[in-house]
Write a protein that binds this ligand. Sequence first.
Ligand SMILES: [Mg+2]
Length: 139
Amino acid sequence: MPESFREHFDVQLIKRDPNALYFPPDAGVKWPLSDWRDAIGAWAYEKGWNDKPRSEGEWMILAVSELVEAFEEYRNGHLPNEETRIVDGKPEGVRSEIADVFIRLFHYCAVHGIDIGAEVTLKMQYNETREYRHGGKHA
Ligand SMILES: [Mg+2]
């Protein structure tokens, strides 16, 4: 783990009110991408998900595995327009698995110090300059 990450999140963990939620109910409406990255990074650190180094391949496949779980939900007859099911307290469904994809990616961005908001902006500014369907691509 990069030392800058450890220092960053050690500071956050010390400052954090132990009774406060990392993820308040209005986070989905109010938080910029950088807040999600930082909160998920701190949460993952506290839960021990940074205790062992990971290869780049492992990071990538963890995000892909959540996308596969979303596809498995679809294979089992669940559609993305369905409300998330709560089964024994656990959210389940296509939407929930898509959330897992984002959680994995925010964790990756936290550990690697990626300003994902800036990266999405940069990429979309480029995409805006591209031709309709990027020059005729079919998919
Ligand atoms: Mg999942």
